[in-house]
Design a protein. Structure first.
Length: 233
């Protein structure tokens, strides 16, 4: 169903009351159309439709043809007073923004939207490529470093070790596992970028974090596939 037909149905439903149609002025009709369009784009179906449009050949051709118009509309939206107020509020209230986002993810609408994204292979591949590029930027490297420190502190507190002791212990554990497996991936036999992987994740099973029998050697490709499938929970 096209965007125009969906909008027509939404406006027609709102225009009915007691079996009779209201007559709107051109300005009122345009405002109702914009409101319906905005609600549709904020819904899970609307977001998926927008994503599909942006990635299809017709959408790409449209963006190239009307590039200047799109830039102009984007500049107008960014200069809108309501947009500026909302952006400033988000910047000044990060905890509240995270709380709202968490509530949305846990709501039925949020769950439906997340499921629709997880079933979209094009979206998943696009996010993998984006994350791969972002992880090599200074902000991505710094984010990974901070996240690793936080995880190390949490894990160390669970097994009564100092974070630095645990870090050295994990390095020794990784070396012992790879020596045992002769620095070869146990899945494909590759010897390129071999790393040690916890069979049972150390986050969920902290007492097995330094157990040599809880580790296998994997190449980067097989390791990434295992983490994507979330094996070990």
């Amino acid at each position: 169903m096209s965007h125009q037909l969906i909008l027509y149905n939404l406006i027609s439903k709102e225009s009915l009351q007691g079996g009779e149609k209201f007559t709107f002025t051109e300005e009122e009709r345009r405002q109702r159309q914009l409101d319906a369009y905005r609600r549709f784009h904020q819904s899970p179906k609307g977001k998926i439709a927008t994503y599909n449009w942006n990635n299809c050949e017709q959408g790409k051709t449209y963006r190239i043809k009307h590039r200047e118009l799109i830039r102009q509309k984007t500049a107008e939206r960014c200069s809108n007073q309501n947009y500026i107020i909302q952006k400033d509020w988000n910047k000044n209230n990060p905890e509240r923004v995270l709380e709202i986002a968490k509530k949305y993810r846990e709501s039925p609408k949020g769950q439906e939207y997340i499921k629709s994204l997880l079933n979209n292979e094009d979206y998943l591949e696009k996010m993998r490529q984006y994350h791969k590029k972002w992880s090599l930027t200074p902000s991505g490297i710094e984010s990974r470093r901070k996240r690793s420190q936080i995880q190390l502190q949490k894990l160390a507190s669970k097994i009564n070790l100092h974070p630095e002791e645990l870090r050295i212990g994990l390095l020794n554990w990784s070396t012992l596992v790879r020596i045992r497996d002769k620095f070869e991936c146990v899945v494909c036999g590759s010897t390129i970028k071999v790393i040690a992987h916890h069979i049972f994740y150390k986050i969920f099973y902290p007492k097995l974090a330094l157990n040599k029998n809880n580790g296998i050697s994997l190449c980067k490709k097989c390791h990434d596939e295992l983490h994507y499938l979330k094996v070990g929970k």
